[in-house]
Design a protein around this ligand. Structure first.
Ligand code: V47
Length: 406
């Protein structure tokens, strides 16, 4: 359907109309959603309205957007139209559902050999504020502090050179011994590559050891921004973009599913964010192993980038919306409430996000960098936030293979 035909059949939108859902006939590919309207905003620059219409047309027809479209969407002042389009895609895939998981984070050590400029979590050897959990510490925490309702543990830490390879394998084994029911979403590509180095094994052999010990999937962190320039400026010692992609490819080819994050709101450009999303999309075309894409809002406090202001709410919403529109082959877009904030996370559920992460319980990485969000939230709070955003809360497992309405 052409834009003109679409608009001719479109009814005017009022705030009291229900939003289209994935099951509604009005959201089938190519059909015009009710909001499709030819109204020209006189405040927009020349040619802008037409470009937006063309992008909307392609999305509604299921045609993949390219990097130029992504850049345009990152820059257009008409953010509400970007959000509306992303919301349409989100509702077509997931209807009114908003997913959450009952999880908690576990960061076994904050000692790290890398000194990434955006990170306030890492500690150098001998820093008195550094910590390292023994396996007995881990066992005790699992026994005494892990709630019965928990379904997932998110495990990441510093790259601690004092810990042997066996520690990282045994840590999973210890948790599984105490709680075989838990899904262990553990270790980023940075850690997996480190394990291969210290054990002198291949990535695949490391994965076999981790899988045998209870690994369920891998979290998305450590990738930051897939840009050689940002890599050289902020985290030169860590895996390069090409190495991160290669490690992720091998992990997924070995049958381990994972997430992909994108750290925004520091020194990166719009072009670099778009290139990151396009690179993740290209890998997903090959591997199909990414479960969820998660834009992470940079927090500057106590980092070497403390002079930067950090992202605004508008950039938070834009990264969510543009990632939903560009990443047509990744099922879920997550608003990570710890970094984006509970209020923005609610709005993000109408800007393209279908997942709000989980209860988290004890978050350290962002809070060391000045986050003012809670360290964790209850399941009841997540449900209330989701309902207040007009969405239907669904408790999911880590891979979203099971999701139950709450
Ligand atoms: O890799 C570090 C980022 C990541 C800061 O896979 C910072 O489900 C903001 O990856 N400000 C860790 N961000 C968190 C992460 C994650 C979180 C939630 C869910 C999932 C998932 C993954 O946090 C790091 C880095 O990119 N980070 N320092 C900072 N100052």
């Amino acid at each position: 359907m052409t834009p003109a035909a679409a608009s001719a059949s479109a009814a005017p939108t009022t705030t009291s109309q229900p939003h289209a859902t994935g099951t509604s006939a009005s959201t089938a590919v190519g059909a015009a959603p009710r909001w499709r309207t030819p109204l020209r905003d006189p405040a927009l620059p020349a040619g802008h309205h037409e470009r937006l219409l063309a992008i909307e047309e392609r999305v509604l027809s299921g045609v993949r957007l390219d990097a130029d479209d992504g850049l345009f969407l990152m820059r257009t002042p008409a953010l509400h139209r970007v959000g509306r389009l992303a919301n349409w895609v989100r509702e077509k895939r997931h209807g009114e559902r908003a997913y959450f998981v009952v999880n908690r984070h576990l960061n076994p050590t904050n000692f790290c050999v890398y000194d990434c400029k955006f990170c306030a979590f890492y500690r150098r050897a001998n820093d008195p504020t550094g910590y390292r959990m023994s396996l007995e510490d881990v066992r005790r925490v699992v026994r005494d502090e892990f709630e019965r309702e928990l379904t997932e543990v998110h495990i990441v830490g510093g790259i601690d050179p004092k810990l042997p390879y066996s520690y990282f394998i045994d840590l999973l084994r210890v948790i599984k011994e105490e709680r075989p029911d838990l899904h262990l979403k553990a270790w980023t590509m940075i850690e997996i590559e480190w394990f291969a180095r210290i054990s002198k094994k291949s990535i695949e052999e490391v994965l076999d050891d981790l899988l045998a010990a209870g690994l369920g999937s891998c979290p998305g962190g450590g990738v930051e921004v897939l840009s050689d320039r940002v890599h050289a400026a902020l985290f030169p010692d860590k895996l390069s973009p090409a190495q991160w992609l290669d490690t992720a490819r091998r992990v997924q080819r070995h049958g381990v599913r994972m997430n992909a994050t994108m750290l925004y709101g520091h020194i990166e450009t719009d072009e670099e964010l778009v290139a990151h999303m396009v690179a993740v999309r290209a890998l997903q075309d090959e591997t199909k192993g990414f479960m969820t894409f998660i834009p992470l809002a940079f927090h500057p406090a106590h980092t070497e980038l403390a002079h930067l202001p950090g992202p605004t709410g508008l950039l938070d919403l834009r990264t969510i919306a543009v990632s939903r529109l560009l990443l047509d082959n990744i099922e879920h877009i997550k608003t990570y409430w710890v970094m984006q904030g509970l209020g923005v996370a609610q709005v993000a559920l109408r800007f393209g996000a279908d997942d709000i992460d989980g209860t988290v319980v004890e978050e350290k990485i962002t809070h060391d960098a000045g986050a003012t969000t809670p360290f964790g939230v209850t399941q009841g709070e997540l449900v209330r936030l989701i309902r207040e955003a007009g969405r239907a809360p669904y408790q999911r497992d880590t891979t979203c293979s099971r999701a139950t309405p709450v």
